[in-house]
Ligand binder design. Structure first.
Ligand code: HEC
Ligand code: HEC
Length: 424
């Protein structure tokens, strides 16, 4: 017991240090790039043309081609549900507590803080909430056209027209976005307090236990004076017939609509003759060329929606405990999937620090460095033998990937400048 609480303390102060760095980075960013460095517009017509072609050849499309239409009454009530603590059994935590506008729909923390947490950003770390051993994922483009692989380990995924998830044959929907929206409310420590009784019910993979929590939540939403009538009307149902199906459909509609991809500077460059600076252009040319980024970060969302290994430092307990996260292996139990994670989509990536599945890296530039020089980001002498042995294993899997080879610091800055053109 004593051991556990000391460990918790150590982990949360390490995570606190990263969160403070993120907060500092954010105030820095506002002034720096523009004022201290002049980056003239790119004029090299041949390279600009080659970059446009490479983007199109790698699946880049206009934002408007990705949108999936949603019913306004449904995303309107979905917005209320998203912000409502009714979504948790203890009535204290909402989806919005971890997916915040000010952090690009993530939370600005390395690992998420679930039930028991209060406040936003670094303040949340010392509020006594339970640590969730993964970095919060942002929502940009989730559930839009072709975006149907969810979570760092792809534990909800559409494969050959079927949704594969922990629900097995009982998947509550054929829409993976709706299935993904079913999970947080029954995830122990995320939105459910970790008591032995709840843990036994939910951990035994008993679909009945999850369904019974969710039907309780649905009746609460139906009874809520601000939400119930709107929810029933949006689906043409009497209030007492509203089920968790409608609750999650409304949530999914809200996420699809509110976090849809908007036109970026890069879209204006590729499709409307807009300009890029020299550094941004050089970064784009590297991204699609020698940097090999598009091999994994290709397609309309800058992700192949497949699973790969990059030896990022690991922060916090890790999904598998003792600072280890075996990634995709947790979902498939196939040893080949050990340490693989879904390639992160890159829209708005400049707004969603810290980076990687455990939020271990604060600066965008360092997230790029992690791909080709991961040892630069860790002090191996400060690590325990166990941490180093985990690192060796991850370096082994990463060495089998086609990752970029050594890039200079200036090239890394160019790539980061290019990634900033994907913000909106
Ligand atoms: C305690 C913090 C927390 C709360 C509350 C929370 N989330 Fe999340 N969310 C996370 C974390 C952490 C991840 C990444 C987890 C992973 O991939 O293992 C995530 C990932 C997701 C994803 C997957 C995104 C992607 O890129 O695949 C969806 C969808 C999502 N959350 C929806 C919701 C909804 C809907 C709610 C409310 C019902 C909610 N979340 C509440 C922390 C939270
Ligand atoms: C072999 C596939 C692969 C290649 C090539 C690749 N990446 Fe990644 N990238 C990943 C994976 C997988 C992750 C997440 C790893 C993790 O969290 O453990 C990632 C993470 C990132 C992140 C952090 C995103 C976030 O939200 O946490 C950035 C930024 C990034 N990559 C940019 C690049 C750039 C720029 C290049 C080219 C220099 C590149 N990547 C090349 C697979 C790849």
């Amino acid at each position: 017991m004593r051991y556990a609480s000391n460990l918790t303390l150590a982990v949360s102060s390490a995570l606190f240090a990263v969160a403070v760095l993120v907060a500092c980075g954010r105030s820095d960013e506002s002034g720096s790039a523009a004022s201290t460095f002049t980056d003239p517009p790119a004029t090299d017509a041949m390279r600009l043309g080659a970059l446009r072609k490479a983007a199109l050849a790698n699946g880049f499309v206009r934002a408007s081609e990705l949108a999936v239409p949603v019913v306004p009454a449904r995303h309107d009530v979905g917005r209320l549900i998203f912000a409502s603590p009714i979504m948790s059994l203890n009535g204290r935590i909402s989806c919005q507590d971890c997916h915040l506008d000010q952090f690009g729909s993530a939370d600005g923390l390395p690992n998420a803080i679930g039930v028991g947490g209060e406040g936003a950003g670094a303040a949340r770390l010392h509020s006594g909430g339970r640590i969730l051993p993964r970095n919060v994922l942002p929502f940009w483009g989730r559930g839009s056209r072709g975006f149907d692989t969810f979570f760092w380990d792809g534990r909800v995924q559409k494969v050959d027209g079927r949704v594969v998830s922990q629900f097995g044959v009982h998947a509550p929907s054929t829409d993976p976005m709706i299935v993904a929206a079913h999970l947080p409310s029954v995830e122990v420590r995320e939105m459910v307090t970790d008591t032995p009784q709840i843990r036994d019910g939910l951990m035994s993979e008993d679909v009945g236990a999850a369904a019974s929590i969710q039907s309780t939540l649905a009746s609460r939403f139906a009874a809520d004076p601000a939400i119930g009538p709107k929810l029933a009307a949006a689906y043409g149902l009497p209030r007492d017939r509203v089920s968790f199906r409608e609750v999650t459909d409304a949530l999914a509609s809200f996420i699809r609509f509110n976090f849809r991809i908007r036109p970026t500077r890069f879209e204006r460059f590729v499709h409307d003759g807009g300009s890029l600076s020299r550094r941004e252009m050089a970064g784009g040319v590297l991204f699609y060329g020698r940097g090999r980024c598009a091999a994994c970060h290709g397609g309309p969302y800058f992700s192949d929606m497949k699973f790969h290994s990059v030896a990022f430092p690991q922060a916090g307990f890790g999904k598998n405990g003792f600072g280890v996260d075996e990634g995709r292996y947790n979902t498939t139990l196939n040893p080949k999937d050990r340490f693989l994670f879904r390639t992160p989509p890159l829209y708005n990536v400049a707004k969603t620090a810290p980076y990687s599945h455990s939020g271990s890296v604060v600066r965008l530039e360092d997230a790029i460095v992690a791909h080709f020089d991961p040892l630069r980001l860790v002090d191996t002498r400060e690590m325990t033998v166990r941490e180093r042995s985990d690192l060796y294993a991850r370096l082994g899997t990463a060495s089998r990937e086609t990752l970029p080879s050594a890039l200079t610091d200036e090239e890394v800055r160019q790539l980061a400048a290019f990634l900033r053109t994907l913000s909106f």
